[in-house]
Design a protein around this ligand. Sequence first.
Ligand code: LMR
Ligand code: MG
Length: 497
Amino acid sequence: MTSIPFFRAATSRAQGPVGIIDIGSNSVRLVIYEGANRMPSILFNEKIMAGLGRGLAKSGALDPQAVERALVALARFKRLAEDMGAASLRTVATAAVRDASNGKDFIARLSAIGLPVELLPGHEEAALAGHGVLAAIPDADGLVGDLGGGSLELAPVADGEVGEGVSIPFGVLRIAAMKAHTARDLERAVVAALIKAGWTGAPVDRPFYLVGGSWRALARLHMALSSFPLPIIHQYQIDPGEAVRLVRSLSQLDPKRVKNVGGISSSRVPALPHAAQLLAVLVRLLKPSVLIVSAYGLREGLLHRSLPADVRAQDPLICAAREEGVRQGRFPEHGDLLDRWIAPLFHAAPADHARLRHAACLLADVGWRAHPEFRAERGFETAIHGHWVAIDAAGRGMLGQSLFTHFGGEGVPHIVSDLLDDETIAAARRWGLAMRLGQRLSGGVAGPLESSKLTIDGATLRLELAGGDVALYGEAVERRHRLLAESFGLKPTLTSN
Ligand code: LMR
Ligand code: MG
């Protein structure tokens, strides 16, 4: 007898959680991902700021106290990963362990407790940071920089590929140890290291993607200082000229304030001036067009690179929105249909709007699980603060506005009006109104959408229903049809065949 699978396999879900331990020069971290798929949820994330590379510049060895702290943490991480049923656990170590005279002893002690360590060479560390950025910003085109405690990795990315990367010894802990340096000294040293690594002196002229805990914390500070309305670090953009301003602010701000302003952990604060200084030097030398923060880096790069090419090619925003839609919605797979149904109204829109609108449609049901009076808030909140990648702040604003409108929210939430211009808000509202019509007409099921059509015809917004479906054109449907037509400056018309 052939067995019929009872459950439909979720797209590209690997069996069981996957653990990655990253032994950095600053921090030692365990992340458990839900599975090896395109947009894995994080089940667990813990780090300690062990500071393995703290004394490296002076002694050439891993700091003995830091080693003991790291070993205690790593034994805990190993045990937790086992208890969480991690199907695989990869432990990688970077600059500090690589360069230290006692790095081998440290690795031997870890194998003795059953934790085999892969020691990553510098170019590999750089490549993985590049893959991490591509995992979260698939159309990234520029230079990736991963700032750690021990080293700075640089890798070019374009067309979904990572180019040859380099590693130079300018981690925040190393810069801190370069006694009495001036900005000029640092710049001279960085130039020498870059040239030695093969840099031709050419400007980047494209985005510079910021990876690593210290630059993330620096970006958080910038976000707070500029009162950015959305507390999402991923794909946060900074004008390159701001790097110099950050150096200045940091020299004037009391460290306590830095911590309070940005919600930055106190263990990060001492590194921030060095992280800012290095960034300012790199901006001067490399002349990037813009700075873009990536929340994903080496660990996500490891995961991403191991995925089959077809899974890697999926759009992580669409994958995540689809999963969230299924988790919170009523009728799975309805979102794709809804997207196709409203699409004829929007074919003149810019190309990047199409995928945002698709994501919005996949989330079109999320408010239903909320209290009826809070559907608009739930929809908005899910969209704007969701755990998405491959979307910037403006994209989140559009997603948020469309779901807010879709669930009957009146007007424009203030976060959205801070992020978007009026024309973009109007576009997102039209998506919401179109989704609202589709969901009301169909009650959230497939049949009525499959047998009907929405089009723009001259000065009218036409809804074509199959003859037998005219009964579906109730009052609420009619009202939504009218509101949608008005948002386009059109008249609603109904036809049946
Ligand atoms: C490190 O060197 O520890 C970095 O990769 C990560 C961090 O937390 O700075
Ligand atoms: Mg690192």
